[in-house]
Structures are given as C-alpha cells and as structure tokens.
Design a protein. Structure first.
Length: 93
C-alpha cells in the first residue's frame, strides 16, 4: 500500500504465510495516527495495529478510502479478535 498516511509496502495474499506478507511488526512508512508505537500488524495487540485502526476511521486515513463511508463493524470485530489470538512472540520489535 503506497501514498497514504500509515503507508507501507506489503502483500496481503492468501497464498503467503503471514510472516512473509511484510505486515508483522512493520513500521508504517509515514503517519502514526497518534497510536503508541504502531505497526501494520502487531500480533496479540490490536491497539498498536494500523490496519485495524484504519478500518475503524471515517474520512482521511480510512482504509479503504474510496467508496467507503460506513464502518463494517462485523469485519472490525473479526479482525480485532484474529489479532488478539495471534501468538505475541516478537510483538514489541
């Protein structure tokens, strides 16, 4: 993902193991949205996970930004629970 607040290069492909997506413990390229030590994805720590935060926003910083004016609460809940269940090893890198 390029050219936005909290951006970073990563690949969200179902064919890749999670640790090869470039998301786990990866710092955003720019912008933190005032999160404490954010990463694109922090196993077991939804509060520091940029992907989840951007799913909960409306307006600038929203992910996806185009054609999205409603927060998908069931999706947010699903992703938050999935992050919480990920093993926390190396979560503070």
């Amino acid at each position: 993902m390029k050219w936005g607040g909290g951006n970073a290069e990563f690949q969200l492909l179902a064919t890749l193991p999670l640790n090869e997506t470039g998301t786990v413990n990866t710092r955003p390229g720019q912008g933190t949205f005032d999160l404490a030590d954010p990463r694109i994805l922090v196993p077991s720590d939804p509060a520091r996970t940029m992907v989840l935060h951007r799913m909960t926003k409306l307006g600038l910083g929203r992910m996806p930004h185009v054609a999205s004016s409603v927060i998908d609460e069931p999706a947010v809940k699903l992703i938050r629970e999935w992050i919480q269940k990920l093993p926390p090893e190396n979560a503070k890198q």
